[in-house]
Write a protein that binds this ligand. Structure first.
Ligand SMILES: [Zn+2]
Length: 336
C-alpha cells in the first residue's frame, strides 16, 4: 500500500470524526443525565405527577429490556404510579367514565414480541402488572427475523421507502426475506406465549411490522386485519388492541383499525391520555430500554419530548427575533 499525504490526511480525518462523535455522544449522555437528575430531585416531577397531571393516564412503551433494568424501573414506577391495564383505560374512554381509574394511572406496553420479553414474566407477577405486549403475528412462533433488525445501520433510511422497495433493498443488500426461517429465534414462541397468557394482554402489531403509511391500501388492510384473526386463533382469545408499527399512521390506518373491530390503537405520539382521548390515537411516553433512573424519571414525566417540542416550535420561530435583538445590540455598541 502506498502511503500518500492524502491517505494520511483522510485517516486522520476519520479518526477525528470518530473521536468527535464519541465526545458528542458522551456530552449528550451527561447533559441528559444532569437534566434528569434535576427533574427528579427538584420537586418538578413531584408537582407534575401528584398535582397537575394526576388524573392523566401515562402509557409507557418498552421493546426488549433486560430483566435487571426493567425490574429497577418497575420498582421505581410502583412507588410513584398506580399500574393499570390497557383494557381498563380503553373501557373508561369508551364509557366516558373514569370512576374505575385510580389517580396517577400507568399502563405498561411492550412492542414487537421479542423473545427476551419472556424473561420479564416473573417481574409482571411480582409487581402485579398486567402489561400489553403487541405481537407481530407472523414473526412470533417462527425463526423469522424482524426486518428492522436485518440491517440495523440503515433501518431509519429504509423506513422511508415504499414497502415493496424496502423489501427489495433488504434482499439485495443482506439477502433478507420476510418468510425465511433463520437459525436464531428473535420472537416469542407459543410455549412462552401460553405461559404469559394469564398475566399479559396481547395486542396486534401487524403481521410483519411494515410501516403502514408506506403500504398500498390492500397491504395495509391485510396487515391490520389478518394479524388480528391469526392471533385470535393462535391464542384462543379476542385481540382488541393494536399498535401502529414505528408509530406511523394517518386517517386510513385509523379507519382500518376501527373497521377490523379493534377497541384501541396506540401511537408513538408523545403525551398523556384521559377519558376524552381518541382510543385510536392513544399517546405514550417512550422509555429507553436501558435508561438510568434519572432518565426514566424524565422520560415518564414527558420532559425530554417537551424540551424537543420547545426546541422545534418555540426556539425556531423566535430565532429571528433573537438575532434581530443581537443585531440591534451590535449596532448600539458601534454608536458608542
Ligand atoms: Zn414495533
Amino acid at each position: 500500500m502506498v502511503i500518500t499525504r492524502e491517505r494520511i490526511k483522510l485517516t486522520f480525518l476519520s479518526y477525528h470524526e470518530i473521536i468527535m462523535q464519541f465526545y458528542t455522544n458522551f456530552i449528550n449522555i451527561v447533559v441528559r443525565e444532569v437534566i434528569g437528575f434535576i427533574f427528579r430531585f427538584s420537586g418538578i416531577s413531584y408537582i407534575l405527577r401528584e398535582v397537575l397531571l394526576k388524573n392523566k393516564a401515562t402509557i409507557v412503551v418498552y421493546h426488549d429490556p433486560e430483566p435487571k433494568v426493567f425490574e429497577k424501573h418497575i420498582r421505581y414506577l410502583s412507588k410513584h404510579y398506580n399500574f393499570l391495564s390497557l383494557n381498563k383505560l380503553v373501557d373508561a374512554i369508551h364509557k366516558k367514565d373514569r370512576s374505575d381509574i385510580p389517580a396517577k394511572p400507568l399502563i405498561v406496553t411492550i412492542d414487537d414480541g421479542h423473545s427476551g420479553n419472556y424473561k420479564l414474566l416473573e417481574i409482571f407477577k411480582r409487581y402485579n402488572i398486567n402489561p400489553t405486549i403487541y405481537l407481530c403475528s407472523h414473526v412470533i412462533n417462527t425463526n423469522r427475523k424482524f426486518w428492522f433488525k436485518a440491517c440495523l445501520s440503515r433501518s431509519e433510511e429504509l423506513k422511508k421507502l415504499p414497502y415493496e422497495a424496502m423489501l427489495k433493498s433488504l434482499w439485495n443488500e443482506v439477502n433478507y426475506q420476510l418468510e425465511k426461517e433463520y437459525q436464531q429465534r428473535q420472537a416469542l414462541n407459543i410455549d412462552e406465549l401460553n405461559k404469559m397468557l394469564p398475566y399479559v394482554e396481547f395486542g396486534s402489531h401487524t403481521k410483519f411490522h411494515p410501516i403502514l403509511t408506506t403500504c398500498t391500501d390492500e397491504k395495509c388492510r391485510e396487515e391490520v386485519e389478518e394479524s388480528k384473526k391469526y392471533l385470535e386463533t393462535l391464542l384462543n382469545r379476542p385481540i382488541e388492541h393494536f399498535a401502529y408499527p414505528n408509530g406511523d399512521y394517518a386517517e386510513r390506518e385509523m379507519k382500518f383499525a376501527m373497521n377490523c373491530g379493534y377497541k384501541s390503537a396506540r401511537t408513538l405520539d408523545c403525551g398523556l391520555n384521559d377519558i376524552h382521548s381518541n382510543p385510536f390515537k392513544l399517546k405514550v411516553n417512550e422509555i429507553q430500554d436501558n435508561a438510568s433512573l434519572n432518565i426514566l424519571c424524565a422520560q415518564v414525566g414527558s420532559l425530554f419530548p417537551f424540551i424537543r417540542y420547545l426546541r422545534k416550535n418555540y426556539l425556531k420561530s423566535h430565532r429571528k427575533f433573537i438575532s434581530n435583538i443581537y443585531r440591534k445590540l451590535r449596532w448600539l455598541k458601534k454608536l458608542k
